[in-house]
Design a protein around this ligand. Structure first.
Ligand code: MN
Length: 259
């Protein structure tokens, strides 16, 4: 039987992870290691400045007072070190994780960490709008995972980011990340003790772009985006050559050691 590590960023008590784990347990050994509270938008954050606590809630269920990335580390490098997972499944997140937003997402970042630790990983997120259903998307997510595990061998750096539209789907589309034109705003206000505080908010708007994850979900398709952690701007290796040459000259003049 295949072993699946399940995590998320909405916390171990969220509906999305409960239903997902239940569906996965129909065909795999499931271990849930997940934050003890919501950790949405904590990105790929790793806790290094304080100890972490892991609480066993019931057989196969663990709560950690840290981020999703902490959970993946505690699970892969400690809890399951003798019996490593075949796959990491993260989600189902309450809300989409598409386009530029994936870098904020703790749910998606858990798959980044999985990939770094050599475990193929897949993230699931659910659009929240009238008619959405974790019950429906968790059944579909589990069938995707079951099919994925039938592959003879998965790349150890596999990262798939899956987003479910709110109202069922026409089918699945392979997509690239969309581009957000964020009207992000910072609001200043005053607390009851007379001190200023700030709140980051705003409504995301998206470039209408065919082939993107956002467009797929908006038009009623399940979006599957393959991701990787190589953030190199390959075009920049050419377009920034002149800037790099100037840096080189400055280093040579300034005693930076370049010859
Ligand atoms: Mn979340």
């Amino acid at each position: 039987m295949k072993r699946i590590l399940v995590t998320n960023d909405d916390g171990v008590y969220s509906e999305g992870i409960r239903l997902l784990a239940r569906e996965l347990a129909r065909f795999a050994e499931v271990v849930v290691v997940s934050p003890d509270r919501e950790q949405s938008a904590t990105g790929h954050s790793l806790t290094l400045t304080r100890p972490l606590r892991m609480q066993k809630l019931e057989e196969g269920w663990y709560a950690v007072d840290g981020t999703p990335t902490d959970c993946v580390n505690l699970a892969v490098l400690w809890l399951l070190r003798e019996t490593p997972p075949d796959l990491i499944v993260s989600g189902i997140n309450f809300g989409l994780n598409v386009g530029d937003d994936v870098t904020y997402s703790g749910t998606v970042s858990a798959t980044f960490e999985g990939s770094l630790l050599g475990v193929p990983s897949i993230a699931f997120s659910q659009e929240i709008a009238e008619g959405f259903s974790f019950a429906r998307s968790s059944v579909l997510a589990a069938s995707f995972v079951e099919s994925l595990l039938r592959e003879p061998e998965l790349p150890t750096d596999l990262i798939l980011n899956v987003n479910f539209p709110a109202n069922g789907a026409h089918g699945v589309r392979l997509t690239r990340l969309g581009k957000r034109v964020y009207r992000q705003v910072v609001t200043e206000n005053v607390d009851p003790r007379g001190r200023k505080y700030y709140w980051i908010s705003g409504t995301p708007e998206w470039q209408e772009d065919p082939g993107t994850d956002h467009e797929a979900v908006q038009t009623g398709w399940v979006s599957v985006t393959p991701l990787h952690l190589d953030l190199t701007d390959y075009r920049g290796l050419e377009t920034y050559a002149a800037i790099a040459a100037r840096f080189h000259a400055l280093a040579a003049e300034g005693g930076g050691g370049a010859q």
